[in-house]
Design a protein around this ligand. Structure first.
Ligand SMILES: Nc1ncnc2c1ncn2[C@@H]1O[C@H](COP(=O)(O)OP(=O)(O)OP(=O)(O)O)[C@@H](O)[C@H]1O
Ligand SMILES: [Mg+2]
Length: 655
C-alpha cells in the first residue's frame, strides 16, 4: 500500500514543507504566539521524503528508522509528522513519548505504548502472558507477585503480531533515550523477533548519547531494514520562516544571520533568542544584533518572568512522571489559580494538553525549570506529590525526594517499593529506591541499614552497574560485623577479586564467608553451590561433592526456589563431571525451577548448565539422539533453545 505521494509533500526548503492533516487543524493565535501544534514545518523536505518512503515500505515487512540529532533541532517535530501521516493512512499507531522524569519507573513507556490495546487484540493469548500484561499495565496491580519479564515480552510480541496481521503497524517512540529499562528490554526482544510482519519502528534519539543505537535496532533487523536520519540544522531561509510563523516578528537580515549563526541553525535555540530579543531588545536597542546568551539563561529568563503561582504549576508538571490536570490540581500550592495557570502556560506555548494529559512543549523547558527550583521548593513539592500519586514506585520516589532527614517509616516504604520493582523485573528502579532507603535509614537502625545496602548492591549488580555494587559490598566488608549480611558481601566480592586470587585463595575466601553465614540457610546453600562449582571446574570433583550435597540439603531445608534451583544444578554438574553420569531427577528439578534464576547472571541458569552437559556428551561422539539419551525430555531441546536471547541476556549482566 502506498500511503502518500512523496512529491506532494516535497516543496521548496524555504516554504512550509507540509501542513500535516491533523496538526494543521489546531492552529490558533494565542498570547501573541501561535500554538506549536498548529504551526507549519519548514525546511525538512528531504527528511519527509525519507519518512514517507519508510512508512510506505512497512506493509512489505519489518523496518526501523532512527531520527538522531541534538536537543531542539527538530526531531519531535518530524516524528509527529510521521505519526500523523501513518494515522491518516489508517495504520495502527502505538506511540509513547517518555519524559526524563519517567526513566526510573518500571514499564512506564510500555503502558503508554499499549494504551488502547486490549482483549480484542490478543484473543489467543495464553493465560500466563495475559496475566503478566495485566500486571505490567497496572490493570491488575497484584502485590507480591513475581513477574516473569519473558512472559511480558512474549505477550507484547504476540499482541503486536496479532495487530499487524490485519493492519500495518507503527511503533513510534520519541526520546528513546528516556525509555525505562524494562520497557526497552521488551521492545528489543520484540524487534529482534520480527520476520515478515508489517511493523515499523520509528524512534527519535537525542545526541550525543552514551547508549549507541537504541534497542539494537541496527542489528535486530535483516539487511537494509534499518535506516537513520541525522536531523541537522535548518538553513537561514527556513529559520526565518520559523521565527516569523511562531513569533509573528520580522527581523533585519543582519539579525537573522546572527541568530542563525549563534543558534547553529537549531530552531529551539533560535526561537528562544528571538523571543528574548522581541521582549527585551538588545541592550535597549530593539532589533539590533543580539548578544548571544546561553540557551539555559534564555529559558530561565523567560520562565522567571511568570507569576510565582504559574511557576509553581509548571514545577509540578516538571516533577511528575505522567502529569495530568487532575494531579496538578490536587498537588497545587495555589489550587484557586491552578486552572488559570495551566491555560496561561498553554497560551504561552510552554505546555500542551491532550484530554487530561499535560506535557511541556519541549523537554528542555521542563529540565531547566526543575533545575531552577531551590531544594526547599522541590522538597515541598515532592511531599505534596507523594500524597496524590497512586503508583507505589512513584509515590516512594516522591517521598524520598521530599525528605531530607532520616525517617525510618519512609525508608521502609522505599524498601517495599523496591521489592515490588525488583519483582516486576526492574532492578534499576529497585536499586535507585534502595539507595534512597539507605540514605533515609536512621543511624540507630543498623540491621535495617545493612540489609538495605545488601539489597541495593544486589540490585545494582543485576542492573549491570557492577562498579556501584562492588563499592557497596566493599563498604559492607569494612563496616558490618561478622554475620550473614557481611557473609553475602564477602561471597560476592570473590567474583570481583578472582583475577587477583588463585583458585585455592578463592575457595578460602568463600569458606570464610560460609563461616559467617550462620543460620541464613539460603545464603549458606548458595555459597556451598559456588564452592562446589569452582572445585569441579578446577577438576576436584571429590571435594566438590560434599559441597554440592550441603548446598542441596540447606536449600531444601530453607525452601527458597532460587537456592533449590542452583543447588540441583550444581549437584547435577558435579555428578556428571565426576564421572557418575546424568541424573534425570536432578536435572528435571533444576530445569523446572529455571524461572527462579532468571534475574541472575546467565551462568546460573539451570537450562544453560544442563545444556552444557548435553553439549559435552555431544562432544564425546554420537548423534543428537544419543547425546540426550538418559536426559529428560525437557532437556532434549536445550541446545536449540539456548540461542542468544536478548531479554535473557539483558537480565543477566556480567560482572
Ligand atoms: N522544521 C521546523 N519548522 C518549524 N518549527 C520547527 C521545526 N523544527 C523544529 N521546530 C520548532 O523548534 C522547537 C524544537 O523542536 P523539537 O521539539 O522538534 O526538537 P527536538 O529535536 O525534538 O528536541 P529534543 O531533543 O530536546 O526533544 C519546537 O518548538 C518546534 O516547533
Ligand atoms: Mg524532542
Amino acid at each position: 500500500m502506498v500511503i502518500g505521494d512523496a512529491d506532494r509533500v516535497v516543496r521548496s526548503g524555504d516554504r512550509p514543507s507540509v501542513m500535516p492533516m491533523a496538526l494543521a487543524t489546531a492552529d490558533g493565535e494565542l498570547g501573541g504566539e501561535r500554538q506549536p501544534m498548529g504551526t507549519p514545518i519548514f525546511g525538512r523536505d528531504q527528511e519527509f521524503a525519507q519518512l514517507a518512503a519508510f512508512l510506505d515500505a512497512i506493509p512489505r515487512g519489518p523496518r526501523a528508522l532512527l531520527l538522531e540529532g541534538q536537543a531542539g533541532v527538530g526531531k519531535t517535530t518530524i516524528w509527529r509528522w510521521a505519526v500523523e501521516r501513518a494515522r491518516a493512512a489508517n495504520y495502527r499507531v502505538l506511540s509513547c513519548r517518555p519524559a526524563e522524569a519517567e526513566t526510573k519507573y518500571s514499564y512506564a513507556a510500555l503502558g503508554d505504548l499499549l494504551d488502547g490495546v486490549g482483549e480484542k487484540d490478543w484473543p489467543d493469548l495464553p493465560a500466563p502472558q495475559r496475566r503478566a500484561l495485566d500486571i505490567v499495565l497496572l490493570r491488575d496491580d497484584e502485590q507480591g507477585v513475581r513477574l516473569d519479564p519473558r512472559a511480558v515480552a512474549a505477550a507484547v510480541l504476540a499482541s503486536l503480531r496479532s495487530l499487524a496481521r490485519t493492519t500495518p503497524t507503527l511503533v513510534a517512540v520519541d526520546d528513546v533515550q528516556w525509555l525505562d529499562p524494562p520497557s526497552a528490554r521488551v521492545l528489543e526482544f520484540v524487534v529482534r523477533r520480527q520476520q515478515s510482519e508489517q511493523i515499523g519502528v520509528l524512534a527519535s534519539l537525542r545526541t550525543p548519547n552514551a547508549v549507541g543505537v537504541p534497542l539494537n535496532l541496527d542489528r535486530a533487523l535483516p539487511g537494509d531494514a534499518f535506516s537513520r536520519i541525522e536531523v541537522g540544522p535548518l538553513n537561514l531561509g527556513a529559520l526565518h520562516h520559523v521565527l516569523r510563523a511562531r513569533l509573528g516578528a520580522e527581523f533585519p537580515r543582519a539579525v537573522l544571520i546572527r541568530l542563525h549563526e549563534t543558534s547553529g541553525g537549531n530552531p529551539f535555540y533560535a526561537l528562544e533568542m528571538a523571543r528574548d530579543l522581541v521582549e527585551h531588545g538588545s541592550d535597549g536597542h530593539a532589533n539590533a544584533v543580539p548578544i548571544p546568551r546561553s540557551l539555559q539563561e534564555l529559558v530561565e529568563r523567560r520562565l522567571a518572568r511568570l507569576p510565582r503561582h504559574t511557576q509553581d504549576v509548571l514545577l509540578t508538571v516538571a516533577a511528575l512522571s505522567q502529569p495530568t490536570r487532575a494531579l496538578v490540581h490536587a498537588a497545587a500550592a495555589h489550587p484557586e489559580t491552578a486552572e488559570a495557570d495551566i491555560q496561561r502556560s498553554v497560551q504561552l506555548g510552554l505546555i500542551e494538553t491532550d484530554a487530561n494529559a499535560i506535557r511541556f512543549s519541549h523537554p528542555l523547558l521542563a529540565s531547566v525549570h526543575y533545575s531552577r527550583a531551590t531544594p526547599d521548593q522541590r522538597r515541598a513539592l515532592h511531599s505534596r506529590l507523594a500524597a496524590v500519586v497512586d503508583d507505589v514506585e512513584e509515590r516512594a520516589r516522591h517521598l524520598a525526594l521530599g525528605t531530607a532527614e532520616p525517617d525510618g517509616k519512609i525508608a521502609a516504604t522505599l524498601e517495599d517499593a523496591a521489592g515490588r520493582a525488583r519483582s516486576r523485573g526492574a532492578p534499576e528502579a529497585a536499586a535507585a529506591l534502595l539507595d534512597e532507603a539507605c540514605r533515609l535509614t536512621p543511624q540507630e537502625d543498623v540491621t535495617a541499614r545493612w540489609n538495605r545496602i545488601k539489597e541495593a548492591a544486589m540490585c545494582h549488580y543485576l542492573a549491570g552497574d557492577t562498579d556501584r555494587a562492588r563499592m557497596l559490598w566493599e563498604e559492607m566488608e569494612r563496616s558490618v560485623p561478622a554475620g550473614p549480611a557481611r557473609a553475602s558481601a564477602l561471597w560476592h566480592l570473590v567474583e570481583f577479586r578472582h583475577a587477583n586470587l588463585d583458585p585455592e585463595e578463592q575457595i578460602d575466601a568463600m569458606l570464610r564467608a560460609l563461616d559467617e553465614a550462620g543460620d541464613d540457610l539460603a545464603l549458606a546453600s548458595e555459597i556451598h553451590h559456588t564452592i562446589a562449582l569452582s572445585l569441579v571446574w578446577g577438576g576436584d570433583a571429590g571435594r566438590a561433592q560434599s559441597h554440592a550435597e550441603s548446598a542441596l540439603r540447606l536449600a531444601e531445608a530453607h525452601g527458597d526456589p532460587t537456592a533449590v534451583a542452583l543447588a540441583n544444578t550444581a549437584a547435577a554438574v558435579v555428578r556428571f563431571l565426576g564421572g557418575r553420569g546424568l541424573s534425570q531427577d536432578l536435572i528435571d528439578r533444576a530445569i523446572g525451577l529455571d524461572w527462579a534464576t532468571r534475574e541472575l547472571p546467565l551462568e546460573n541458569s539451570p537450562r544453560l548448565m544442563c545444556g552444557l552437559i548435553v553439549a559435552q556428551i555431544g562432544g564425546s561422539g554420537g548423534g543428537p539422539q544419543r547425546l540426550c539419551r538418559g536426559a529428560p525430555a525437557s532437556a532434549r531441546g536445550w541446545s536449540g533453545s539456548l540461542a542468544a536471547d536478548p531479554l535473557l541476556l539483558h537480565e543477566r549482566p556480567r560482572a
